[in-house]
Design a protein around this ligand. Structure first.
Ligand code: NDP
Length: 247
């Protein structure tokens, strides 16, 4: 087994260990921000700097790498770039959380995550992957549909949550659509996106990214769900955290 595969397996194993830790320790940003995590910075710039390495590194490694690239590779680059252009350049500047801050430690851990994740996925597609499968092919089409559906759900839910803060006021119970089934459709949509990407890419680095997304976001959604229940006594009882009807 190559060093690259060993590194990627180790990275995926770390995701599996991280999941139970994040169920216990609420990652201290957004509603779970608490004192004691060191210096802080403006949250929108935190998001920008945290996500910028992902936006740049993966496409650069793929484009500059010597591997022959077919249409599937360019589809994957387009999905990645579309997602991270929103997360880096649009989403942070649409937030209505005026004056809110996040710990620099969270930003640095996000930068580290995006360098490793973007590095592994970009190096694979730019240097190491076998020739692209011919299109159309079943995993690519299914993965593309899953990614685009997840992206639609994620955007729609993020927009709805951002719109809940009309005048920079506090938190409200979100209502309507998937929010009637789960507390965090934005996290559910993002988990779908990277599961779809892994299906289309059919590679170990992409699978490790899907695992990491689940390991980060399923606990975050569980923590949000518990927080809603603590704060709103009339919070809808049938609502799950992140997977409709299940969890
Ligand atoms: P949240 O749902 O916690 O917050 C999104 C925005 O909506 C924030 O501005 C938040 O304010 C506001 N908001 C949320 N709920 C309410 C409410 N009930 N009432 C009023 N305002 C509300 O999302 P995250 O911060 O966890 O994540 C943001 C995006 O980043 C998501 O799309 C997520 O999928 C993605 N993400 C992806 C990760 C990955 O591993 N791929 C990791 C982390 C995030 P406030 O900040 O004040 O709480």
């Amino acid at each position: 087994m190559s060093t690259f595969h060993l590194l990627t397996l180790g990275w995926a194993a770390l995701a599996v260990i991280t999941l139970p830790v994040l169920l216990k320790v609420r990652a201290p940003y957004g509603r779970h921000t608490t004192a004691g995590w060191g210096p802080t910075m403006a949250n929108r710039w935190g998001w920008f700097w945290m996500e910028l390495p992902a936006l740049l590194l993966f496409p650069l490694l793929v484009v500059l790498g010597p591997r022959d690239k077919g249409p599937l590779t360019w589809v994957l680059v387009a999905l990645w770039a579309g997602h991270y252009a929103n997360r880096t350049l649009i989403f942070p500047f649409r937030l209505r959380t005026r004056g809110k801050r996040m710990p620099v430690a969270i930003v640095l851990s996000g930068v580290f995550f995006n360098l490793v994740n973007g590095g592994l996925n970009g190096w694979w597609l730019g240097h190491l992957a076998p020739p692209d499968r011919a299109l159309p092919d079943v995993p690519a089409v299914a993965g593309l549909l899953l990614f685009l559906t997840g992206m639609g759900i994620n955007h729609h839910a993020d927009e709805k949550l951002i719109a809940l803060r009309t005048n920079g006021d506090g938190y409200k119970v979100p209502r309507g659509g998937l929010f009637e089934r789960i507390s965090c459709p934005n996290h559910f949509g993002e988990i779908m996106e990277w599961a779809g990407f892994a299906l289309a890419a059919w590679s170990l680095p992409a699978l490790s990214f899907a695992l990491w997304t689940f390991a980060n976001l399923a606990p975050r959604a569980r923590n949000h769900h518990a927080w809603y229940r603590e704060r709103f006594p009339d919070y809808p009882r049938g609502r799950k955290a992140v997977i409709p009807f299940l969890w």
